[in-house]
Design a protein around this ligand. Structure first.
Ligand SMILES: Nc1nc2c(ncn2[C@@H]2O[C@H](COP(=O)(O)OP(=O)(O)OP(=O)(O)O)[C@@H](O)[C@H]2O)c(=O)[nH]1
Ligand SMILES: [Mg+2]
Length: 299
């Protein structure tokens, strides 16, 4: 038997907001590298998650969901996805088994024509909460969206079903090449950026309507104390209006305290010490529509 060559390359998952792209990225990587929530437009950056196997390495670029933009931020998120799509070796198109394929899905599937270089894989996800009939129907709908699917795979990122089937398929579609990251590396996100995202995820829990879109988080300072046992972290939760600030803070600060303790539980294992987390809530009026503010927030 001859040694198969090591394969490596880039894959990104596309689909409407909330279909489960980040959850799938984390499930494949085996660690949380991208935050997830039940609110649309959770992901706002191209986050790399890395999966290394004896046979090859996948660099998974998690991107925002493609949607009709209503703000400058929304436009920039769609542009970011477009950029990533032009660079990857494989595009995984996601639809949840639970929802009928709609015009939004169809538009995204058709737009993949613009990326001729990439192989395309269709993924029907959330099979753990769908009936057999729904899964069958979705597989048929998705299959007919394009003629060039390299594979059509049903899976559940939450229940961990069929993840190996997808990983194997993606690896065989990658070009031959050396590993791009050392073994054991799961992301190239900085600790600071991961902390900001963990705080944003905690802040997203339990808020509704326009508020999830209005929340941004910046980390101002991370400093380990001399005894090496505590890390002090100062971060800003940015919102767009005074009323939103009130909601985030909650009655006598109760909501903000909850956000802080939820975030801290995830930050401590990341930095490896106890964490003293100081959260400030600030207002940046209409930041999603303001190029200057967007720049300041890293978009
Ligand atoms: N039951 C079930 N829920 C899932 C699965 N995958 C994702 N979800 C849920 O779907 C919601 C959205 O998941 P995300 O991974 O944040 O979706 P996304 O596509 O990254 O969303 P955006 O970043 O907003 O575009 C979350 O509440 C997840 O827990 C799955 O396989 N099964
Ligand atoms: Mg996401």
């Amino acid at each position: 038997m001859s040694d198969a060559e090591f394969r490596s390359g880039f894959v990104t998952f596309v689909g409407r907001p909330n279909v489960g792209k980040s959850t799938l990225t984390n499930a494949l990587v085996g660690e949380k590298v991208a935050i997830t929530s039940d609110k649309p437009q959770t992901t706002r950056r191209a986050i790399r998650g890395i999966l290394t196997r004896p046979s090859g390495q996948l660099v998974i670029v998690d991107t925002p969901g493609i949607h009709k933009p209503r703000t400058l931020l929304g436009q920039r998120l769609n542009d970011l996805v477009e950029q990533v799509l032009g660079d990857v070796d494989v595009i995984g198109f996601l639809v949840p088994a639970t929802d009928k394929v709609g015009p939004g899905d169809r538009r995204i599937a058709e737009s993949l024509d613009g990326y001729g270089r990439a192989r395309k894989v269709a993924i029907v996800t959330k099979t753990d909460i769908a009936s057999r009939d729904q899964i069958t129907e979705r597989l048929m709908e998705v299959d007919s969206l394009r003629e060039d699917w390299a594979a059509v795979i049903p899976l559940s990122a939450v229940a961990g079903e069929q993840l190996d089937v997808l990983a194997d398929e993606l690896l065989t579609l990658m070009p031959e090449g050396p590993a791009l990251y050392e073994e054991g590396v799961v992301t190239d996100e900085s600790v600071e950026d991961r902390i900001a995202e963990i705080i944003r995820e905690a802040a997203l829990e339990g808020v509704r309507d326009e508020l999830p879109h209005s929340i941004a988080v910046t980390v101002e300072d991370i400093a380990e104390r001399e005894d090496g046992e505590i890390t002090d972290i100062h971060a800003n939760i940015v919102v767009e209006r005074d009323s939103q600030k009130g909601i985030i803070i909650g009655h006598k600060g109760s909501r903000l305290r909850d956000v802080g303790s939820r975030a801290r539980a995830q930050i401590e294992p990341l930095v490896g010490t106890k964490v003293f987390l100081k959260l400030h809530v600030r207002i940046a009026k209409e930041w999603q529509r303001d190029p200057k503010q967007l720049g300041r927030l890293g978009f």
